[in-house]
Design a binder for this molecule. Structure first.
Ligand code: SF4
Length: 196
C-alpha cells in the first residue's frame, strides 16, 4: 500500500487539479511546447551596407522593423554578414558581428557638433552649417597657401596646408571621384582609411 504524509498528499492533489483545470481550458503542454518558434526576421526589411570599422570593408545585411507607418518605430534588430559580398562572403569578425551594439549605443554620434575655440561645450549644428563651415575654411586656407610655382618658376599647383583622409567603406567609383576632387584642388596630403 502507498504510504504518504498529509503534506505529500495535499501536494499531489493540488498538482493534479491544476493540470486537469488547464487541460479543461484547452491548454495542452505538449502542443504548446512543440510549436515552432516564429522566424524572427519574418517581418523585417533587409538593407545592404558596409561595416564601418576597418579597411577590409565587409558587406553586411541589416534587418529593420517598422514599415513607415505612424505608429511603428523603425529599429534595426539584427545584423549579419552578406553571403553575396565578394570581400567577406557572409563572414564577420567579432567587431563586425557586434555592430548592433554600436548602432544602439547611447554614446553614438548622430549629427555634427561644433566646439568653438576656447569653449568646453559642444553645440549641435545642422549638416548644412557643418558643410558650409568646412568649405569656407578650406577656401580660406587654400587662398592663403596655394603654391602655383616654385621659387625657380616651376609650375606645381599644390596646396600643402590641408590634408584629407577618405573613408574605406566606399565603392571603387566613389574612391576614384574622391581622389579626383582632392587632387583637382592641389591637395597632396591625401590618404585613405584603408591603409590605416
Ligand atoms: S567585419 Fe571586421 S574585418 Fe570586416 S570590415 Fe568590419 S571590422 Fe573589418
Amino acid at each position: 500500500m502507498l504510504q504518504m504524509s498529509r503534506r505529500q498528499f495535499l501536494k499531489i492533489t493540488a498538482t493534479s487539479l491544476a493540470g486537469s483545470s488547464l487541460a479543461l481550458m484547452g491548454f495542452a503542454p505538449d502542443t504548446a511546447l512543440a510549436e515552432v518558434r516564429q522566424y524572427k526576421l519574418a517581418r523585417t526589411t533587409e538593407t545592404r551596407n558596409t561595416c564601418p570599422y576597418c579597411s577590409v570593408g565587409c558587406g553586411i545585411l541589416m534587418y529593420g522593423l517598422g514599415d513607415g507607418a505612424k505608429n511603428a518605430t523603425a529599429s534595426i534588430i539584427h545584423i549579419e554578414g552578406d553571403p553575396d559580398h565578394p570581400v567577406n562572403r557572409g563572414t564577420l569578425c567579432p567587431k563586425g558581428a557586434s555592430l548592433i551594439d554600436f548602432i544602439h549605443s547611447p554614446a553614438r554620434l548622430k549629427y555634427p557638433e561644433y566646439r568653438a575655440a576656447g569653449s568646453t561645450e559642444w553645440k549641435r549644428i545642422s549638416w548644412d552649417e557643418a558643410l558650409d563651415r568646412v568649405a569656407k575654411l578650406m577656401k580660406e586656407d587654400r587662398d592663403a597657401n596655394f603654391v602655383e610655382k616654385t621659387d625657380e618658376g616651376k609650375t606645381v599647383n599644390r596646396w600643402l596646408t590641408t590634408g584629407m583622409l577618405a573613408a574605406s567603406a566606399a565603392s571603387n567609383e566613389v574612391g576614384y571621384l574622391t581622389h579626383k576632387v582632392a587632387r583637382s584642388m592641389g591637395l597632396l596630403a591625401f590618404d585613405n582609411q584603408a591603409r590605416v
